[in-house]
Design a protein around this ligand. Structure first.
Ligand code: FES
Length: 83
């Protein structure tokens, strides 16, 4: 989320600034990275119920993804709307 907002990526609103209270940083994570991330915790799962676009099995809140060398090449798809 920070990387996307710093780069002015349209489609990542991140209204709460990463406090996990808005779900406007919703992304669909491509494989193999979706599997690498592991399962979202219970709080993230709860917030994924409030995304504007339908959640999918590979839905994540981008503010909960910590970038590292292991995620080099990470690609995500943006939902059609965040609101
Ligand atoms: S930035 Fe608000 S939930 Fe991720």
């Amino acid at each position: 989320m920070d990387a996307a907002t710093s780069a002015n990526v349209d489609g990542i609103a991140a209204d709460c600034g990463g406090l996990m209270t808005c779900a406007t940083c919703h992304v669909y994570v491509d494989e193999p990275f979706a599997s690498q991330l592991g399962a979202p915790d219970a709080e993230e799962v709860a917030m994924l119920a409030f995304t504007a676009a339908p959640s999918q099995p590979n839905s994540r809140l981008s503010c909960q993804i910590t970038l590292g060398l292991d995620l080099n090449g990470l690609t995500v798809k943006l939902p059609p709307t965040q609101y």
